[in-house]
Write a protein that binds this ligand. Structure first.
Ligand SMILES: O=C(O)C1=C[C@@H](OP(=O)(O)O)[C@@H](O)[C@H](O)C1
Ligand SMILES: C=C(OP(=O)(O)O)C(=O)O
Length: 403
């Protein structure tokens, strides 16, 4: 693992950041493309390792699909392999083999897919073995663990002989990602209905379409945070749209309270600084990937804030609650767990002259803590960790003026 150290940089100029494309959009479009008869034209696929892994596995079609640490790639390829009836082994990094998949496997089995676990029940590695007759077209599925199981089922639903109705139970988390899946399906010519907790997809085919992937709003969030924590500067973020499919575009509203004015212009968004009005609290249920960014921003801006909707953070690339608590403590900030899953972010009381951040194999731990560079010299234990979603991240830090 290569470490990387960022020099303290308080002030920025007028900088344009050529953001990478969204891995969430890319990985959906790649599955839809694999399910389309005829040719789609797809531009701007993400450079993210998660997407490059998806491209490689779909095009090389090996017997063992090793998704590395890509959650969407694992969940989407599991449903795709199971429902297209091919024999595949699905595996990934040791952490991937700790991330639950039982809810998706149970759902796939209930409609007729044959899947075996190769090690621990409920977790990868698994083997898909075939799909005979569709046994039923109604699945009741929990909505509160990972929306990726639901997206994975939905994209295959139009090709099932009897279509599919999903009845979501419990709290629905990451709903914006389910909506992204459905909207992309619609753009590729498929109809559906989503009323209350029922999603219905009739049997139908995808139509060849031209689609260009938008820039990544989760990746954009780090530049909002950097400017919020800096003394001055102005960032233009390329390729973001006002009407985005990505729920992480919520960062505009959050950062409006934390001192960032956002103006949509042709080809992107211009960020400038304004006075901080304060973020009393925020519910991250539908944009969990923003939680680390906002926690660090509040910690550095002296903002006490109440965070909810963090439940899914424990089963991502690492236990992100634990990782945040450990690393925030290194500059005297805290994320304190209270009753009913309400967390209090207590901002930093003083910042040491140098801080070393551990990244826990989680790209977002590195990127979210990068704005610490506005206050102190900061180093990270694993520079390559960002490759999962944003391989050019450190290059863009340099472009922004951080040595
Ligand atoms: O569908 C997607 O593209 C994603 C859904 C979210 O996961 P969960 O649904 O597990 O919260 C998110 O955290 C992840 O980065 C990408
Ligand atoms: C949670 C993430 O990804 P995934 O679940 O697809 O591994 C993420 O990118 O923050």
């Amino acid at each position: 693992m290569n470490t990387i150290t960022l020099a303290r940089t308080e002030q920025f100029g007028e900088v344009t950041i050529p953001l990478p494309s969204s891995k969430s959009e890319s990985n959906r479009v790649l599955i839809i493309d694999a399910l389309t008869e005829g040719k789609n034209t797809i531009d701007n696929l993400a450079e993210a390792r998660d997407t490059q892994t998806m491209i490689r596995l779909l095009s090389q079609d090996p017997e063992t699909l090793d998704v590395l640490d890509a959650g969407t790639t694992m969940r989407f390829l599991t449903a795709y392999s199971a429902l297209t009836g091919v024999k595949k082994t699905l595996t990934g990094t040791p952490r991937m083999c700790e991330r639950p998949i039982g809810i998706l496997v149970d759902a796939l089995r209930s409609i007729g897919a044959e899947i075996d676990y190769l090690d621990k029940e409920g977790f990868p590695p698994m083997q898909t073995k075939g799909f005979g007759k569709q046994l039923n077209n109604h699945i009741t599925i929990r909505g509160d663990v990972s929306s990726q199981y639901i997206s994975a089922l939905l994209m295959n639903a139009p090709l099932l002989p009897e279509g599919l109705t999903l009845e979501l139970t419990g709290k629905i988390g990451s709903r914006t990602y389910i909506e992204m899946t459905l909207e992309l399906m619609r753009q590729f010519g498929v109809t559906y209905s989503f009323e209350e907790n029922l999603i219905k997809v009739k049997p139908q085919t995808y139509k060849p379409t031209s689609f260009s992937v938008e820039s990544d709003w989760s990746g954009a969030s780090y530049w909002f945070s950097l400017l919020a924590c800096a003394k001055g500067g102005q960032f233009f973020l390329n390729g973001l749209k006002e009407n985005s499919l990505q729920g992480d575009s919520k960062i505009v509203e959050i950062m409006d309270h934390l001192g960032i004015e956002s103006q949509f212009q042709d080809g992107g968004i211009l960020l400038t600084k304004k006075p901080v009005t304060g973020l009393e609290g925020f519910d991250f249920t539908h944009c969990p990937d923003l939680a680390q960014t906002v926690a660090v921003t509040c910690a550095l801006l002296g903002q006490t804030s109440k965070f909810t909707g963090l439940e899914s953070l424990r089963i991502k690339e690492t236990d992100r609650i634990y990782a945040l608590q450990q690393e925030l403590a290194k500059f005297n900030a805290q994320l304190v767990e209270g009753e009913n899953e309400v967390f209090t972010l207590i901002p930093s009381s003083s910042i040491p002259e140098k801080v070393s951040i551990a990244t826990y194999d989680d790209h977002r731990m590195a990127m979210a803590f990068m704005p610490l560079a506005t206050q102190t010299e900061v180093s990270f234990d694993d520079a390559e960790v960002v490759n999962k979603s944003y391989p050019s991240f450190w290059k863009h830090c340099l472009l922004a003026g951080i040595e």
